[in-house]
Design a protein around this ligand. Structure first.
Ligand SMILES: Cc1cc2nc3c(=O)[nH]c(=O)nc-3n(C[C@H](O)[C@H](O)[C@H](O)COP(=O)(O)OP(=O)(O)OC[C@H]3O[C@@H](n4cnc5c(N)ncnc54)[C@H](O)[C@@H]3O)c2cc1C
Length: 404
């Protein structure tokens, strides 16, 4: 048997590619293959993805270590401060990078730019990327974990990372339970331009329909500032919004967001995302490890899903590099226990904080206005509460964890 250990990654979304890169950098002896069901177009297997990712400082640190940030920085919007407000109510609060003594609260990169950079880096590092190849079955009862592809191929590896997003049927096949809470909401995501040049400010606005995040992107012209918008609405409202032409949609968005950036001059292509909240009961079984959205799918209100996956990619890569150095098989539970303990602790913290924000700010009705107003007031008054929310954004709680 050759000493080279093999990793198979199922799913070439942002998580799958990030894990591939982290592993290739931290343990170059690994033989890594990634299978993606869709062809990569415009840097992503989903060319309809109009989302941007708000990346915290810990994620930027990791992307720098993985040799990616220098290519991404010029495509990123800087979040210097966050303006939090509640529609129909006076008052707002601003959290600034200065008060936390950090250069920025985070950075926003469009997913297609991020996907393009991750794919190029993975290939440059020698990861074998195969697309389109769809996996149709998992084989968990053999000596090593294996997957069956749609063209009848059977591929085995020492460790298989399931990075295929929400793929519940597979978890059941592996005997892994899934806790799923329907949110009854969708997000509509699009880029919007405003005249003027207000740079560096993100907005989180709580409306009766759900949270609305407006995140800065780099400007294409001097006279207009671009933002990526994540607008959460109920499943019923998403149908109405989806049927609006561009002019009517701009009016609806302007009414929900208000005029703090002036008149919306343009909106780009819109995409819709069901807001599923899902946590797998276990993350490892017989050489298969769930990662990314497959392990935890969160409400996007705090922009944490990908940040959590990047952190876990860094943690897993360090653990596997250590296992290889000690001559251990990487797919065995003994090599993954430390990673699983750390990852699950991070997931609990992020999931609880995200759920709290989503619940607090997503309810309707006058009775719930009081706690909501109170929470904005608290954010303004209590430095500890402000820094807890802001730290969730910057990823500082976990910055104590070493990057590698
Ligand atoms: C509206 C919205 C906004 C968000 N904003 C942020 C943010 O600002 N910051 C942040 O950190 N996170 C954010 N997130 C979360 C973040 O987008 C995800 O965590 C991230 O995209 C990682 O997803 P993934 O790669 O795990 O899964 P996916 O994106 O679902 O990728 C899974 C991949 O697996 C492939 N696949 C599926 N089945 C198979 C198969 N059988 N064989 C082969 N391949 C297969 C799919 O084609 C797909 O490419 C947001 C999420 C939403 C919904």
């Amino acid at each position: 048997m050759s000493d080279e250990q093999q990793v198979l990654i199922l799913g070439g979304g942002l998580s799958g590619l990030s894990f591939a890169i982290a592993l290739a950098i931290e343990e170059p002896t690994l033989d890594i293959t990634l299978l993606e069901a869709h062809p990569f177009r415009s840097g992503t297997p989903n060319p309809m993805d109009t989302r941007g990712s708000a990346l915290n400082l810990h994620s930027v640190e990791l992307l720098t270590r993985w040799g990616l940030w220098s290519a991404l920085e010029s495509h990123s919007g800087v979040i210097g401060d966050i303006h939090v407000s509640h529609r129909g109510h006076f008052g707002s609060t601003v959290m600034t990078a200065g008060e936390l003594e950090v250069p920025a609260l985070g950075y926003v990169v469009e997913n297609h730019e991020l996907g393009r950079a991750l794919l190029a880096r993975a290939e440059q590092l020698g990861v074998t990327v195969r697309a389109p190849v769809r996996c149709v079955a998992l084989v968990a009862d053999a000596e090593k974990p294996a997957v069956q592809t749609d063209d009848g191929e059977r591929l085995t590896a020492d460790l298989v990372l399931l990075a295929a997003g929400v793929a519940k049927e597979w978890f059941e096949g592996l005997g892994i339970g899934v806790e799923e809470r329907p949110t009854g909401n969708h997000a509509v995501v699009f880029n919007a331009s405003f005249p003027g040049a207000q740079q560096g400010r993100a907005f989180e606005r709580f409306t009766p329909h759900g949270p609305l995040a407006v995140l800065p992107l780099p400007s294409l012209t001097r006279s207009e500032q671009r933002f990526n918008v994540v607008w959460s609405v109920s499943d019923r409202e998403i149908e109405t919004l989806g049927s609006l032409d561009s002019e009517a949609f701009i009016s609806a968005f302007q009414a929900a967001f208000g005029w703090r950036l002036g008149r919306v001059s343009n909106v780009g292509q819109r995409s819709q995302w069901p807001l599923v909240r899902l946590v797998a009961s276990e993350q490892y079984r017989s050489g298969f490890l769930l990662v990314g959205n497959a392990a935890h799918t969160l409400h996007p209100v705090a922009g944490q899903g990908l940040n959590l996956s990047l952190r876990e990619a860094g943690m897993l890569a360090s653990e596997l590099a250590m296992a290889v150095r000690k001559g251990r098989r990487i797919g065995q539970l003994g090599s993954l226990n430390h990673y699983l303990t750390g990852a699950i602790e991070e997931q609990h913290f992020i999931t609880r904080s995200t759920d709290l924000l989503a619940t607090l700010f997503n309810r309707r009705g006058p009775l719930l206005d009081a706690p909501r107003n109170l929470s904005l007031a608290l954010l303004d008054l209590i430095p500890a509460a402000r820094s807890r929310v802001a730290n969730l954004g910057t990823g500082q709680r976990t910055a104590r964890n070493s990057v590698g």
